[in-house]
Design a protein around this ligand. Structure first.
Ligand SMILES: [Zn+2]
Length: 136
């Protein structure tokens, strides 16, 4: 979709993409809540999982599983929280936020930060590309 930032990210910000399969891709979050905060998205522009055929849902979930394993391998975090974007006010393109958290940041802090985009500043293209390279 032309005016969707996330569709545009797939087309124009290839260096942010660190993993993909036939129906889904994974990128570094532009406004990360923590180091390693990533997003997994279907390549098709949909608002909700219910709009995807089961084969594509499976591809999205398989990629989430691989990204979690990669974050576990590369970063020392206590847990990884996964949030579905349904109801997200800023992005209509379905995505899963995979946020590696330290013990001192709870899920409530994460939700508050997502709503306000306030925990961490936008990261530079250089920082995103560096992290994406680390996760490849
Ligand atoms: Zn889109």
């Amino acid at each position: 979709m032309e005016n969707c930032q996330l569709c545009q990210a797939y087309k124009n910000e290839k260096s942010r993409i660190f993993m993909e399969n036939e129906h889904a891709f994974a990128i570094i979050a532009k406004w990360p809540l923590n180091e390693g905060h990533s997003m997994v998205l279907p390549k098709k522009h949909v608002k909700d999982l219910s709009e995807l055929p089961s084969e594509e849902i499976k591809a999205v979930m398989e990629l989430c599983e691989k990204v979690v394993a990669k974050i576990d391998e590369k970063l020392d975090k206590s847990t990884i929280t996964m949030l579905n974007s349904k109801g997200c006010r800023t992005q209509e393109h379905l995505h899963f936020q995979l946020a590696p958290l330290k013990k001192e940041i709870g899920v409530r802090d994460l939700v508050n930060a997502l709503e306000k985009n306030s925990l961490y500043p936008e990261v530079s293209d250089e920082q995103m590309n560096k992290l994406a390279d680390q996760f490849k």
